[in-house]
Design a protein around this ligand. Structure first.
Ligand SMILES: Cc1ncc(COP(=O)(O)O)c(C=O)c1O
Length: 397
């Protein structure tokens, strides 16, 4: 006779928590994708044009990138075998770091695991209970979580509001030992670029370290794709800590910090997510190195990405659909309600357009949206047909 067990204790909690999530139309579900992250994909076994990924320059499946990853696996194996400080600091990590520093024009760079891990480690390595963090209201979740882990005092200023930031620092700066300004360079849910020229001036005036999370700007904006500071005409050396991504435009996985050699040395010594975590696997390191070369050799990819962002923006505007402050390859179509957003998203998928509805806590409550992203490989026809489908579907619903 089989014994009857009570449900696992975690399920008692999980059932109640999930019921609460569902009652607010905030349930999240995974969709199954077949094939590489290109502009058309199989989603739940149906072909669709894809407008929600981060493989912006279409490098994740580029033959040279794939060959480099395979060579990395062949030469080095599939794992680094340990953390950087134990036995996982491979020559290819150092080669990639030298190439990234050369690319960005900084003294040094340090490769990390995912960007989320980098942010939750870097911030506590820079500030502590006696310090102040000022952060943009729309800063990415990983910056917010890093701020909390640091135990510093956190003050939030309205999105991109230079005057509010200045008066906040004027009022508060004197009460703290060190201060850190933490912002995104290119906002992942809004597609706008921070006013980094003004932020750098303010940071210098008030003796504040500046951390710019440039995850979505690496390889996509600024001269040679060097990111949002360069896009704003700011020399990269004036940004204390720049976080870049290997996982978006560079088509691999992981992230890196660029800045001074001393800052990188500090992180090697005190950043817990660097110290207590395995190093990036060699296939991903070699893939990133190959993608960096292609990205620099083929600026047409970036030009095409910007062109496609502009084209989709104009097409949506022609249908009377706003895209907020977006000026890049990321375009929000703000719907407002959770249910309406997810219905729009589902209906578009049924028509062969893979978009994603984004809700709280990824964006502020009441601003649920389709977060559209373009790739360099979309055609104008792809973009026009998406804009038409969104307009028609919104009108119907
Ligand atoms: C602005 C920003 N920072 C950090 C991250 C985390 O990066 P990763 O996906 O490498 O963990 C993301 C994720 O997309 C992001 O949008």
């Amino acid at each position: 006779m089989s014994e009857r067990h009570p449900p696992p204790r975690v399920d008692v909690f999980a059932d109640a928590a999930l019921a609460n999530i569902r009652s607010r139309q905030r349930e999240r579900n995974l969709r199954t994708i077949d094939g590489p992250a290109s502009s058309s994909q199989q989603v739940n076994r149906h072909a669709a044009l894809q407008f929600c990924g981060s493989n912006y320059l279409d490098l994740a499946h580029h033959p040279e990138v794939v060959a480099a990853a395979a060579r990395g696996a062949q030469d080095w194996g599939c794992a680094s075998g340990g953390s950087r400080l134990i036995n996982g600091n491979l020559r290819c990590h150092e080669q990639l770091e030298a190439e990234l520093a050369d690319y960005l024009g900084t003294e040094a760079a340090l490769v990390f695991g995912p960007g989320y891990m980098a942010n939750v480690g870097i911030i506590p390595a820079l500030v502590d209970t006696e310090d102040l963090i000022v952060s943009d209201a729309l800063s990415h979740a990983s910056l917010i979580d890093g701020c909390q882990l640091s135990r510093a005092s956190v003050q939030v200023f309205p999105h991109n509001d230079v005057a509010a930031l200045q008066s906040l620092l004027q009022r508060e700066r004197g009460r703290y030992r060190r201060a850190l300004l933490a912002v995104d360079g290119l906002y992942s849910m809004d597609g706008d670029i921070a006013p980094l020229g003004e932020f750098v001036d303010i940071a210098e005036r008030y003796d504040v370290m500046l951390l710019v999370d440039d995850t979505h700007a690496t390889g996509t904006v600024g001269d040679d794709g060097r990111g949002s500071a360069v896009h704003r005409g700011v020399a990269p050396q004036r940004v204390d800590i720049q976080l870049g991504s290997l996982a978006k435009a560079l088509g691999s996985y992981g992230s890196f910090v660029a800045g001074s050699r001393t800052m990188c040395e500090l992180l090697i010594n005190t950043c817990r997510s660097f110290i207590f975590s395995c190093a990036l696997p060699p296939p991903q390191v070699e893939a990133a190195r190959a993608a960096l070369k292609i990205m620099r050799r083929e600026p047409w990819r970036r030009d095409q990405l910007q062109h496609n962002g502009d084209h989709l923006r104009q097409a949506l505007h022609a249908h009377g659909i706003g895209t907020g402050q977006s000026s890049t390859h990321i375009l929000p179509v703000i719907v407002g309600g959770n249910e309406a957003t997810m219905q729009l998203c589902e209906s578009l998928l049924q028509q062969g357009y893979f978009t994603q509805g984004i809700r709280y806590p990824s964006v502020p409550d009441g601003t649920a949206r389709l977060r559209l992203t373009v790739m360099s490989s979309h055609t104008e026809q792809d973009l026009d047909s998406l804009a038409g489908a969104i307009a028609e579907t919104m009108q119907k619903e």
